[in-house]
Design a protein around this ligand. Structure first.
Ligand SMILES: Nc1ncnc2c1ncn2[C@@H]1O[C@H](COP(=O)(O)OP(=O)(O)OP(=O)(O)O)[C@@H](O)[C@H]1O
Length: 598
């Protein structure tokens, strides 16, 4: 049992430990909800018990129980509101459904529910988002919804939304939910922390339920998911998985996560327990596909979270391979969704290769920061940074995220802070997965309230109570700046972002000036001077290096590029790059190479 049990822990659930620690901190439970749920399910048989329950002895017989092709005898899969289905059959409210007599929720339904939905969304102030400007383009865009009740979400999903304490949809949810429900492809930009994850998860799960539930998701050797979500970092993949776990609760739909740095075989074992929704980082996914452990042939829904990052030079060849060369249905036969807070024009153009007749949605000024973040720019010479940092740490209490440029820089700053008696940890691409998880966990729980990070932590991570983000080293592009500072001021809470700027960052000056002025922030004189003397405009390390011109060039693609290029909304035909181009990498020099800091 222990081997199996460990397997459960160290695969899908393992990376989630940190996320769960934050959500369940008060309860003191270290395991993530998913893992706890499985543990509860395991009973006498550990992880294997769950597998057995779900798949009727899948592993033992070598057959595919529950699937008539294999003559198995496992309970037929059931989707919907498993609680209601069970009640109708006169079974216990937490019993039955897809899992038949051995439902993993059976023993601990209420406890599991509390653990999965515990500790979310305190003090959220989404009211302030109400009047945010929205831009929608593309043909026949469905009307927005004003409440979750309007959304025609399945009753079980509505219940899960309530359990998650979401009382009303955020602006991006109001728009995206009906668009996705109408089976339209979508490219969506909305501010950091504005609820993009639920904006794609909820309608996709709803469509899966409306389709009568996904087909069986394991074909003898390979998992055959219906929905694929791609994310750029392991931590973000785990976080999205945690969200999907929450919304899948008692629907019968099984989410899984695969990412590098965790045991391959454990992840395969995990998927044998069902895999309707797979959240993945690209590298591990390609590996799984090549080894015949995941098939994309049944993918019906493809989501790229942090899509601009996924399609820049670092990931684009892998994404293209996954989408175009691994048996995934053509774009006409799947629904493709892309979400990010920033969407540069060139990346939009590239993205349109993967989208079919899509709607472009921009909530708030694309790539803008939220009003909930107070931004401060300080002129700090390289040699003075450590002193300034200590001053900042002394004056602002709470969880502080310090961004640096390089992995070595992160190690050295963490060491320095520890030497000075500050409880700090660090996260970057050279640390082992276990170390990364541990760092996130001690940060979330406040054991080490200072975390030094490279850009690996810049996107998507939803850590409650981060009061202060310090850009000790400025990033290469203003998009990265926007994502980094978005780790505070989340979900309507307020936060502070301080940046140490000096002559090295001249290339960002104009973009920073623009970001500060549009969000009504104080503009320091030195930034105006830097900007006036040629500071910025898409040069020097900006991903959009070739753009130049205009208001400082290099600016975030705030509008549907199809409008700018005067094209129609047909997905193709916008001068989108040819497919051959990106694979070889030729002719793509505008895009930044993968950031080595990761
Ligand atoms: N309708 C809602 N009501 C209350 N809380 C919500 C709602 N939607 C999302 N949230 C919460 O808001 C927080 C931010 O959501 P999420 O992480 O999806 O933001 P995001 O837009 O993806 O941010 P980023 O751009 O940084 O990735 C999460 O804690 C989420 O649970």
């Amino acid at each position: 049992m222990s081997g199996e049990g460990n397997g459960v822990g160290s695969s899908a659930g393992s990376g989630a430990a940190s996320a769960a620690a934050g959500q369940n901190g008060a309860a003191g439970a270290n395991a993530p909800p998913a893992r706890r749920q499985r543990a509860a399910a395991g009973g006498g048989g550990g992880g294997g018990g769950y597998a057995g329950a779900q798949r009727g002895g899948y592993g033992g017989s070598g057959g595919r129980s529950g699937d008539s092709r294999y003559g198995g005898s496992a309970p037929k899969r059931v989707w919907g509101d498993l609680e209601e289905i069970a009640a109708a059959k006169g079974q216990s409210s937490s019993g039955s459904g897809r899992w038949g007599e051995e439902n993993p929720f059976a023993e601990s339904g209420k406890v599991v529910q509390v653990e999965i939905f515990n500790g979310m969304n305190t003090g959220i102030n989404f009211d302030k988002y109400e009047n945010i400007p929205v831009e929608v383009s593309g043909r026949d865009c469905p009307d927005e919804i004003n409440s979750f009740e309007d959304s025609e979400l399945h009753t079980r999903l509505q219940k899960n939304v309530s359990l998650a304490k979401y009382t009303k949809p955020t602006p991006v949810q109001k728009r995206a939910v009906p668009i996705i429900a109408a089976n339209r492809d979508l490219m969506a930009c909305a501010q950091t922390g504005s609820g993009k994850t639920a904006a794609f998860l909820l309608p996709v799960l709803n469509r899966m339920l409306a389709m009568g539930g996904p087909p069986d998701s394991f074909n003898h050797r390979a998992a055959e998911p219906t929905s694929l979500v791609l994310a750029p970092t392991r931590e973000l993949a785990v976080q999205i998985y945690e969200e999907s776990f929450k919304f899948c609760y008692k629907t019968g739909i099984v989410p899984q996560v695969v990412y590098g740095g965790a045991d391959f075989r454990d992840q395969v074992k995990q998927m044998q327990r069902g895999c309707d929704v797979i959240v993945a980082t690209p590298g591990r996914l390609v590996d799984m596909i090549q080894r015949g452990r995941i098939s994309l042939e049944r993918i019906r829904f493809l989501t790229l979270d942090e899509a601009d990052r996924m399609l820049d030079m670092g990931f684009e060849p892998q994404i293209r391979e996954i989408v175009e060369q691994c048996g995934m249905p053509r774009k006409e036969d799947r629904q493709t969704l892309m979400f990010s807070a920033t969407f540069p024009r060139e990346i939009q153009q590239l993205a349109s290769d993967f989208l079919n007749d899509y709607i472009f949605l921009s909530v708030g000024r694309v790539g803008s920061t939220t009003d909930f973040i107070q931004q401060r720019l300080e002129f700090v010479r390289e040699e003075d940074k450590r002193d300034f940092l200590l001053d900042e740490l002394n004056s602002v209490p709470g969880l502080t995220l310090v961004f640096v440029e390089t992995k070595r820089g992160a190690d050295s700053l963490e060491y320095f802070l520890s030497q000075q008696g500050y409880p700090a940890t660090s996260i970057h691409g050279d640390r082992s997965q276990q170390e990364r998880e541990q760092a996130l966990k001690t940060f979330r729980t406040g054991l080490t309230p200072i975390m030094v990070a490279t850009d690996v932590a810049a996107r998507g991570l939803d850590i409650p109570n981060v009061t202060h983000v310090i850009n000790y080293d400025m990033p290469n592009s203003v998009d990265d700046y926007v994502h980094r500072i978005g780790r505070t001021g989340r979900a309507g809470n307020s936060g502070l972002a301080t940046a140490f700027v000096n002559d090295k960052n001249r290339n960002l000056a104009r973009d920073l000036l623009e970001i500060l002025s549009e969000s009504g922030q104080e503009i320091p004189a030195f930034i105006e001077q830097m900007a006036a003397y040629g500071g910025g405009g898409g040069g020097g390390g900006s991903r959009r290096g070739g753009r130049g011109g205009g208001r400082g060039g290099g600016k975030i693609g705030s509008r549907d590029f199809r409008k700018e290029s005067g094209a129609n909304s047909g997905g193709g035909g916008f001068g989108a790059p040819s497919r051959g181009r990106a694979n070889g990498g030729g002719g793509n020099s505008n895009y930044r190479q993968s950031d080595s800091a990761w």
